[in-house]
Design a protein around this ligand. Structure first.
Ligand code: NDP
Ligand code: HSE
Length: 439
């Protein structure tokens, strides 16, 4: 038995668990079932000292002597580490700041909080020499933040692009395989339990935008918040969009895309965005189906890396939480702390309009001489270069598919608006950004 092990000041590591729902209940279970192994790995016993929930009477399955509805009191009690699995910003933010300022380490999966308040939480951690770990906040079980923060600390990351929301990936994958529309597929996802009762945070891209902010901050050693992230959800993705993608050997994914952008004068900035994109079916992210997550990282020396796995769920997310907990416990045993926030590069965030993107535009146009030239002229007028054009004749109209080279997003948006007003254009059938191909 590992009870002989102790921390630097001779104590067991006492853990307060805030929240015992989907993730917290799995953390409590694993902490209890694997106590001996965790103690051996951490170098000291890791003791669950208290569990705060909103409604203790709804948790007959938990050890009753550990339960409280007084999370603030539990934070102030004699505990070393707070594992926060409640979610949301207030009142959690205040509790965690209190804990960190008192030198208690924090492990959290709370992407909503981190994507807005990492700076003040990190400053509180630094002021007291405490740890702030949050591997589970992005892509659930997938070890991703520690590789960005530690393994790639000696490299220069240029791009982080991935599927970081399982709900939307499930919906888009189903639309791709069945050809059904968005509303119908969302209903099916809700029926199967993949989409929450209120799916807004997922389908409107808020969840992915929070994760993109965390990824961009770590990858580019800068402070990027959720408000800096350009966000578009999937509710506007139509069956014709999916069909247009398929016809061109592409599929549609909701991606979080974080890039280091270098301007002509050499100045660098960060672009962080979440929106649906068409990617080639041969791209590694295209094969990621269902509710899985995957993140593609490009770095100067390492080249291309891909991280794949379960991005949500009680046990998978608890795996990442416990990994952090062991790391934090080890740091306490050794009397040190893990890596601090690294925001030294302080790169500015580039507005979406100035971010280079590529568009796929599918049009129904009048089938008569000179139409293609007129449409092409509008692209030229906006400084947008065309990479490929495909035309298919119908009865009185023709279907025109245009894929552009890279251009500032605002120029592409203005081009599409102008094309939509042309007399020869019957309908703008589908407009979507393209990724994963040379621009
Ligand atoms: P749940 O809604 O399942 O659980 C939330 C828990 O917090 C419940 O136990 C609830 O108590 C408790 N709680 C709520 N308000 C209070 C309060 N004021 N005081 C004390 N306890 C409170 O959430 P999840 O487990 O799904 O998510 C937890 C965190 O993990 C969130 O930040 C989420 O974003 C993140 N996360 C979740 C993933 C997932 O797959 N679910 C994946 C990755 C991250 P009670 O049980 O009494 O209602
Ligand atoms: N709602 C999120 C998703 C949970 O669908 O991926 C994980 O953060």
């Amino acid at each position: 038995m590992s009870s002989a092990l102790s921390t630097a000041d001779g104590k067991t590591v006492r853990v307060a668990l805030l929240g015992c729902g989907t993730v917290g209940s799995e953390v409590a279970r694993l902490l209890t079932e694997q106590a001996d192994e965790l103690a051996a790995r951490a170098g000291a016993p890791v003791e669950l000292a208290g569990i705060a929930v909103r409604r203790p009477d709804k948790h007959p399955e938990l050890p009753q002597h550990l339960l409280t509805n007084d999370a603030a009191g539990l934070v102030e009690s004699d505990v070393d580490v707070i594992v926060e699995l409640i979610g949301g910003i207030e009142p959690v933010r205040g509790w965690l700041l209190t804990a960190l300022r008192k030198g208690k380490s924090v492990v959290t999966a709370n992407k909503a909080l981190l994507s807005e308040h990492t700076a003040e939480l990190s400053e509180a951690a630094d002021s007291a020499g405490a740890d702030l770990y949050f591997e589970a906040a992005v892509a659930g079980a997938i070890p991703l933040l520690r590789p960005l923060r530690e393994s790639l600390a000696g490299d220069r990351i240029t791009k982080v692009m991935g599927i970081v929301n399982g709900t939307t990936n499930f919906i888009l994958s189903a639309m791709d395989s069945t050809g059904a529309g968005y509303a119908e597929t969302l209903d099916e996802a809700s029926r199967l339990g993949y989409a929450e009762a209120d799916p807004t945070a997922d389908v409107d891209g808020y969840d992915a935008a929070s994760k993109a902010a965390i990824l961009a901050s770590l990858a580019f050693h800068s402070r990027v918040t959720a408000l800096d992230v350009h966000r578009e959800g999937i509710s506007g993705v139509t069956a014709p969009d999916i069909a247009a993608a398929k016809a061109l050997g592409r599929t549609v994914k909701l991606l979080a895309i974080c890039e280091r952008v270098t301007a002509d004068d050499g100045t660098e900035s960060v672009s962080a965005r979440v929106h649906p994109v068409m990617i080639p079916r041969g791209h590694p992210l295209a094969g990621v189906g269902g509710a899985f997550n995957a993140v593609f990282v490009e770095a100067d020396a390492a080249g291309e890396l891909m991280f794949y796995g379960q991005g949500a769920g009680g046990a998978p997310t608890a795996s990442a939480v416990l990994g952090d907990l062991v790391a934090v416990a080890r740091n306490r045993v050794l009397g040190g702390r893990g890596p601090r926030e690294s925001a030294h590069a302080a790169l500015p965030v580039r507005p979406m309009g100035q971010t280079p993107t590529r568009y796929h535009v599918s049009l129904d146009v009048a089938d008569k001489p000179g139409v293609l030239a007129q449409v092409a002229q509008v692209f030229a007028d906006h400084g947008v270069s065309i990479a490929a054009v495909r035309q298919r004749d119908r009865l009185a109209t023709a279907s025109l598919v245009i894929v552009t080279h890279l251009a500032p997003d605002a120029a592409l948006e203005a081009t599409v608006a102008a094309i939509g007003k042309m007399d020869v254009v019957r309908e703008v059938v589908s407009v979507m950004r393209v990724e994963g191909e040379d621009g």
